[in-house]
Design a protein. Structure first.
Length: 176
């Protein structure tokens, strides 16, 4: 089998295993998933092990060694998420003590929307800060008082293409 054929086959197997795994009630795993030993390493490396475990946990494959590894990975992800929550709270308290009201974005913010903890791993924390305070935040985070959380700092919210001000992002009552 050529490398491209193998990649397509593995991609198809991964897609079959992950389909609907993010839903509150994921669909059961069908009998075509007997290739778990072939894809479980990819699941572990890609951060999708928790999603795969949600589909496998009530299946006949739940006790297979690869499935048990996926289960252990989601437990570890949940522990990391708990530690990150405390770090994020400390970082926000630090920035607020400087008079800066940040916004949380991307990975960590999205992870809270998944039906279970640990399903959306993330490495750093994306924080949006008011453009006028960007250099002050950069300086503060580079200083010795920084709580040490890995932060990806964004000046404003460039993805919104200036369709609203940074202040409007903070206003829960704002609408188009």
């Amino acid at each position: 089998m050529q490398a491209d054929d193998k990649s397509l086959r593995l991609g198809s197997l991964l897609a079959q295993l992950l389909v609907g795994s993010w839903r509150p009630d994921p669909p059961p795993v069908d009998s075509s998933q007997e290739t778990l030993p072939e894809v479980h390493r990819i699941l572990l490396r890609s951060g999708t092990s928790g999603l795969a475990w949600r589909r496998l946990r009530n299946s006949r494959w739940a006790e297979l060694p690869p499935a048990i590894e996926l289960k252990q990975a989601i437990h570890f992800a949940r522990l990391q998420e708990t530690a990150h929550e405390q770090e994020v709270a400390g970082t926000f308290a630090f920035l607020r003590s400087l008079g800066i009201e940040p916004l949380l974005a991307k990975g960590w913010a999205v992870a809270r929307l998944y039906p279970e903890r640990g399903l959306r791993p993330y490495g750093d924390v994306d924080i949006l800060c008011p453009p006028a305070r960007y250099s002050a935040v950069t300086t503060a985070l580079a200083g010795p008082s920084n709580p040490g959380l890995p932060i990806d700092l964004h000046e404003g919210c460039p993805l919104l293409k200036n369709d609203r001000s940074f202040g409007q992002l903070h206003d829960p009552g704002w609408s188009h």
